[in-house]
Ligand binder design. Structure first.
Ligand code: LCS
Length: 396
């Protein structure tokens, strides 16, 4: 079935359809490390790229390919490259597109390990990096150097929900001879299509919305043109950052309900974010669906909807944050996000506790900051849970 010109939800269900000889409706798990050749000529032709067909699972596998084809169709790119984790995808794209003595400009509040990879590890190999507020076009322009080869943005950013103008970044990057890479994990392909705004590569931690069921860690990269696709795929194969067939099967299964899950969670998130904003215990809320979000208009222009991630600041600071975490009964106290179950976390005492307070505050991670990933439970139950937890916070 040709799904290229079909609607998003049709592609979710049908893109990457099975090509096996038994007519299976779902792509089976091809749990094999290697594939047989009929004779040496066939083997040689496959290695030389002159014949279609699989060789070895690190290089490619039908179950993994089905997922890659599906996400590539959703993102409107030329091909997908599935990886062992979201960080595997970040690492692969950086190794593929940066060289010694080149420079990358990235979002200051990018996911911590992505920054560590660029600053600490790629730095050891002669790659330099600048971290700036990419929602500020002038700041990015200012940070560009002659040897800048990549602008790497995370939008919305984790956990501050900062929005970067993707089209403006693509124009800046291309005028400079650089490529634009967008970590679109927080939006998922349903809410945002970076390649249609001229980004060169889009990446996802599929651990989050794409899989959606908190049972797999994985990543994926999608390129806008064939040459970039080949460069990135080659590095994934060489570094061994590949996804495995069982992982790909689960992610593809979870992906089919992406639109339904996001619509449902988003409706609840809108209700919950407005309620949180009305509470006396709360200093501010960052939710792209509220007009109080500093880039509300840009988010509306660039995204199909505001999604289901909410950050908010408790007036009571660090202690209030910890107390709230310990009082919620329905929201699960855990890192990660984008699954069917609502998760809550306190960056200052959890994900970002390792950062010196000064660094943490510079990245906008304040003491009372709470990150809330809305799932698909009944919204009234989630509100009731937050209400009892905040009320007991006050009594505390
Ligand atoms: N990009 C973003 C925006 C992320 O939020 C994460 C993980 C990654 C990349 C890396 O993906 P992974 O290797 O974990 O699949 N974010 C996490 C978080 O906020 N809590 O736990 C993991």
């Amino acid at each position: 079935m040709h799904t290229n010109h079909k609607g998003f939800q049709t592609k979710l269900v049908h893109a990457g359809a099975p090509k096996d000889p038994y007519g299976s409706v779902v792509t089976p798990i091809y749990q094999t490390s290697t594939f047989s050749f009929e004779n040496t000529q066939v083997g040689a032709d496959r290695f030389a790229g002159k014949a279609d067909g699989y060789i070895y699972t690190r290089i490619g596998n039908p179950t993994i390919r089905a997922l890659e084809d599906c996400v590539a169709a959703l993102e409107e790119g030329v091909g997908g490259i599935a990886t062992s984790s979201g960080m595997g995808a970040v690492c692969t794209v950086c190794l593929a597109l940066l060289d010694r003595d080149t420079h990358v400009v990235s979002t200051a509040s990018v996911y911590g390990p992505s920054r560590t990879l660029m600053e600490k590890h790629l730095g050891r190999f002669g790659v330099s990096s600048s971290f700036v507020d990419t929602s500020d076009l002038e700041a990015v322009r200012h940070a560009l150097r002659k040897n800048t080869r990549m602008i790497y943005v995370e939008t919305p950013s984790n956990p501050m929900m900062q929005i970067t103008d993707i089209r403006a970044m693509a124009d800046l990057a291309h005028a400079q001879g650089a490529l634009l890479v967008v970590d679109s994990t927080f939006a998922s392909p349903y809410l945002q299509k970076p390649l249609s705004m001229d980004a060169d590569v889009v990446l996802h931690s599929v651990t989050k919305f794409i899989n959606g069921h908190a049972d797999v860690v994985g990543g994926i990269l999608i390129a806008r043109d064939k040459a970039v696709y080949r460069r990135v795929r080659d590095v994934m194969v060489i570094t061994g950052c590949n996804m495995d067939p069982h992982q790909a099967f689960l992610v593809h299964r979870g992906l089919k309900t992406l639109a339904l899950r996001i619509e449902r969670a988003q409706e609840s998130a809108m209700k919950i974010a407005s309620w949180i904003e009305s509470r006396d215990e709360v200093a501010w809320v960052r939710y792209t669906g509220l007009s109080s979000h500093p880039q509300y208009e840009l988010a509306r222009r660039q995204m199909r909807g505001p999604g289901s991630m909410i950050s908010f600041e408790l007036k009571g600071g660090f202690e209030a944050g910890k107390t709230l975490m310990n009082k919620v009964r329905l929201a699960v106290l855990a890192v990660s996000l984008g699954g069917v179950e609502t998760l809550i976390e306190h960056p200052a005492s959890m994900t970002h506790a390792g950062l010196p307070a000064e660094e943490r505050l510079k990245a906008g991670i304040t003491d009372g900051l709470v990150r809330y990933s809305v799932g698909i439970e009944d919204p009234d139950d989630l509100l009731g849970d937050l209400e009892q937890a905040l009320a007991s916070d006050q009594a505390h």
